[in-house]
Design a protein around this ligand. Structure first.
Ligand SMILES: CC(C)(COP(=O)(O)OP(=O)(O)OC[C@H]1O[C@@H](n2cnc3c(N)ncnc32)[C@H](O)[C@@H]1OP(=O)(O)O)[C@@H](O)C(=O)NCCC(=O)NCCS
Length: 175
């Protein structure tokens, strides 16, 4: 149990296959509330069965994990790492995070990211935690730099949004 800046109680836990439907709804909502994610109001373009399967596999895996934040039993944010499969790159994971707009700037992003990074630290398998962030996503960049992520690359013009190209930045935390 953790407290947000406004004293709201939040529980962080690993997502279970039973959370699949609610998670897909969360992705649709955050995708419609923010242009900062690659997904839009359609959320993740996968079926409920595929999401259930993904969460089951994540429960059993080490380098793929999906954590959710629940307030009064309802999912309000998530943070996940996805491990690489090839033997030469399996020490790398890709991280993604989202929080419902209603809960922004209350410390939830920090709590979710810390929880996920702490998990990565206790595994022996993970060396590099990578993430991608659009160059103008200032709050996300502040969050990542606060937790020690360093900018290691730029993908010029990767994002095209509302008639404009944006760079996508690559951030890395070495464990
Ligand atoms: C990015 C995101 C996860 C941050 O979540 P959050 O719950 O707002 O994060 P926090 O409240 O812990 O804030 C983290 C830092 O961001 C900055 N920040 C957040 N909101 C801010 C605001 N309104 N004004 C100024 N700084 C702000 C602060 O530096 C803060 O750290 P601090 O509290 O120690 O000062 C959330 O905004 C989000 O889900 N956005 C949409 C999806 C997205 O962009 N995901 C990341 C894609 S790469």
């Amino acid at each position: 149990m953790k407290f947000l800046k406004d004293n709201t109680i939040v529980d962080i836990m690993e997502a279970k296959p039973e959370d699949a439907e609610e998670l897909l709804e969360l992705f649709k909502k955050v995708g419609s509330e923010s242009t900062n994610l690659i997904m839009d109001h359609n959320g993740l373009d996968i079926s409920l069965e595929e999401e259930r399967k993904y969460l089951k596999e994540a429960n059993e895996a080490i380098t793929t994990k999906h954590f959710v934040a629940k307030v009064d039993g309802k999912i309000v944010g998530d943070c996940g790492i996805k491990g690489h499969k090839a033997s030469k790159t399996k020490h790398n994971v890709d991280l993604g995070i989202s929080v419902l707009k209603e809960f922004w700037n209350k410390g939830l992003g920090t709590i979710l990211l810390e929880h996920t990074v702490n998990y990565a630290r206790i595994t022996a398998e993970i060396k590099n935690v990578y993430l991608e962030v659009r160059e103008d996503n200032d709050f996300a960049i502040k969050l990542y730099e606060k937790l020690g992520f360093k900018k290691v690359g730029v993908m010029p013009d990767k994002i095209f949004l509302d008639g404009k190209y944006y760079d996508e930045l690559i951030y890395l935390l070495q464990i």
